[in-house]
Ligand binder design. Structure first.
Ligand code: PLP
Length: 223
């Protein structure tokens, strides 16, 4: 079932993307069993995303060492130290305070930590992330943190958005991404290479609008 689901998703991604667009499929494995995650891994998807550090660490020890781990949920600063060195990409950089703690812990371990800046694209009170007007100032501050590497942007679209609204949010994200790419891409402290948007319900629309990393949970793991 999982293998079939992944095939269907990959077909849909291929239909939605432009010929020169590479899209990374990340399996969102929060709350899923080790057994089902192994099925995903056997089916050829080796990027997994968790949203709680505790659960991530438990699974990290039980699953194959060549899995690439992503963290996607709001990260509390007191949990940062456990994740550093084990996660390839933190999608949910949503405050300067968090960036400072990632810097501190990365420096202690002598590693660089890759992050995406989370944008609260619909300005929802219930969601974390920077407003689009705040992004450049945030980047300027993070550029002073040598162990934090910005690799792109992430957003979570509102659950109740219409297709039209989703289209607009994804287009806005893409335009912010392209603008930042032009502004910053030639510094060695920032590599704009991921636009992380699209989940089970909206990934085709996200890919059509330029997403190159999709985070998919239920469409992989559920019937
Ligand atoms: C849970 C989650 C997903 C996956 O959601 P599905 O609808 O199950 O695909 C993607 N991104 C984030 C940030 C999540 O928390």
């Amino acid at each position: 079932m999982i293998k079939k689901n992944i095939e269907i998703i990959e077909t849909k991604i291929n239909q939605a993307k432009a010929p020169d667009q590479d899209v990374l499929l990340v399996a969102v494995s929060k709350y899923r069993s080790i057994e089902s995650m192994l099925a995903v891994y056997e089916a050829g998807v080796s990027h997994m995303a968790e949203n709680r550090v505790q659960e991530f660490l438990e699974k990290y020890d039980l699953l194959p060492g060549d899995i690439t781990w992503h963290l996607i949920g709001h990260l509390q600063t007191n949990k940062v130290k456990y994740a550093i060195g084990k996660t390839a990409l933190i999608h949910s950089l949503d405050s300067i305070r968090l960036a400072q703690e990632i810097q501190r812990q990365s420096q202690r371990k002598n590693v660089t930590t890759n992050v995406l800046i989370q944008i609260n694209i619909a300005k929802e009170a219930s969601k974390y992330g920077f407003a689009q007007e705040e992004v450049e100032e945030a980047i300027e501050q993070i550029l002073n943190m040598p162990n934090v590497m910005i690799e792109g942007l992430m957003c979570i679209a509102p659950l109740d958005a219409t297709e039209q609204m989703l289209n607009n949010y994804f287009k806005e994200m893409k335009s912010i991404y392209e603008k930042l790419k032009i502004l910053y891409n030639n510094t060695d402290r920032i590599k704009m290479r991921y636009l992380s948007m699209g989940m089970s319900g909206d990934f085709e629309l996200a890919v059509q609008n330029g997403a190159n990393l999709v985070r998919i949970g239920s469409a992989i793991f559920e019937e």
